[in-house]
Design a binder for this molecule. Structure first.
Ligand code: IMP
Length: 421
């Protein structure tokens, strides 16, 4: 069985938690795109693990894979392996496989990301992790891959070829050109340590599927941050939609059995870009404070707003969800009435689907319906039936309007705080 999980909004929907919950039922959990711009929080047995690169299934027996469509900062990976080891979780080569072709984030990618962003008149608000510049090198065929850092000679040859143009690029942006050749010894050292982890991810997954095993592809960021279909230019540099899992992991689309969309009971966005239902008021404050809406990777406060159905509808199209996981329902407790954005108005016209261009989305005025809220703390609720009536109504209405079943509901960060609807 092959299941793909993606974020249906702008990231931070709680994918880590849902993957952690499902991981015990899977043999393999694989990351297919993005890098350490992602921040997946997993809370288990009273401990909070903040992961950026290692797939969220790490706390179970599943084999973990980092696919060739990701961009990987090896220093961050080593830190994560060490952090997990300190907490009694050993990430050995039997546990984790990294594709030989995984793009490596070099110090110059991080520097260029920061320099370029500082020069942009209209900022994107990147996570400053070098993600975009690592992907530029991938499509420009100037990347350094996992297999290169594991082989000292290849790494040095590749760097000698690439470094001069990096020096030029850094100089042009007013940075320190020394960065272009920095960190070499450390990367060589890490390359040696990571060599035993190298694998062919596509081969492993296809073999596992042939043997009847279960594979879960874990997306990072969210649908509307997709490089092709998202709200450009305020997007990340990889394809975050479900189809990207097939292309990036090297698995044919006919192998896909399930596509699960993780969606929050409201919406958040970190960084710049349109967010029609954003609430810059006490409602936004409530969602941010109660929902702990501060970036896992950057600590930035997230922008918060009401649930946006037009954007959800577009996500359903882009991903072909077979089911949804609705997260953070508990955060809505105490808000009354609840507003649900069912369409937009732009230039006197009403829309039930987002316009394609970011500028147009930014000009849309959300059209809301009011729904009755609930006051009860629902964070201990363990079944749909136990929820207050208005919470049940909210879920059922979302389900009806989205036309996709909500399979899971989560009411808090802990493992026990998710139930099957
Ligand atoms: P980058 O991916 O660092 O290049 O950042 C591009 C945009 O994507 C920025 O608006 C970031 O805030 C956003 N972004 C990147 N990763 C995440 C994530 O994991 N969650 C939410 N937003 C993200």
């Amino acid at each position: 069985m092959f299941t793909i999980i993606t974020g249906a909004q702008f990231g931070d929907e709680g994918k880590g938690k849902i993957v952690d919950m499902l991981a015990s039922q899977y043999d393999i959990v694989a990351r297919f795109q993005g890098g350490d711009n992602a921040g997946h929080t997993v809370v288990a047995e009273g401990k909070t693990y903040k992961l950026h690169l290692i797939p969220s299934g790490v706390l179970f027996d599943a084999r973990l894979l980092i696919g060739p469509g990701t961009v990987m900062n090896p220093k961050i990976l080593m830190d994560e392996i060490a952090m997990l080891s300190e907490n009694g979780v050993e990430v050995t080569p039997a546990k984790l496989g990294i594709d030989a072709k995984t793009s490596i984030i070099m110090p110059y990618h991080v520097a260029l990301d920061g320099l370029r962003e500082s020069k942009r008149a209209v900022k994107i608000g990147t996570t400053s992790r070098g993600i975009g510049f690592a992907y530029i090198d991938k499509v420009g065929r100037d990347e350094i891959q996992m297999a290169d850092i594991a082989d000292g000679k290849r790494f040095m040859q590749r760097l000698a070829e690439i470094a001069p143009q990096k020096e030029n690029a850094i100089k042009e942006l007013g940075g320190d050109t020394g960065i272009a050749r920095s960190g070499v010894d450390e990367y060589l050292e890490i390359g040696k340590k990571l060599k035993p982890y190298i694998t062919d991810v596509s081969k492993e997954i296809n073999l596992a599927l042939k043997l009847g095993k279960k594979v879960l592809a874990e997306g990072a960021q969210g649908t509307h941050l997709d490089i092709i279909h998202g709200t450009q230019k305020f997007v990340t540099s990889s394809s975050t939609v479900a189809g990207s899992a097939c292309a990036s992991l090297g698995v044919g689309p006919k192998k896909v059995d399930k596509v699960i969309g993780v969606i929050k009971a409201y919406i958040t966005r970190v960084g710049e870009g349109p967010l029609p239902t954003e609430q810059k008021n006490e409602v936004g404050e409530h969602l941010r404070e109660k929902g702990g809406e501060f970036g896992t990777t950057t600590g930035r406060p997230r922008r918060c707003g009401w649930f946006d159905l037009p954007l959800a509808g577009k996500s359903i199209n882009l991903n072909g969800y077979t089911g949804m996981a609705l997260t953070k329902l508990d955060v809505l407790s105490g808000l009354d009435p609840l507003k649900l954005c069912i369409g937009y108005e732009i230039e006197g016209k009403q829309l039930d689907y987002p316009p394609e261009l970011s500028d147009d989305i930014a000009r849309c005025r959300p059209l809301y319906i009011d729904l009755p809220g609930w006051k009860e703390d629902i964070s201990e609720v363990e079944s749909f039936q136990e929820l207050p009536e208005n919470a049940r109504l909210y879920i059922e209405l979302l389900e009806e309007l989205m036309g996709v079943e909500i399979e899971y509901v989560s009411v808090g960060p802990g493992r026990k705080q998710t139930f099957i609807k």
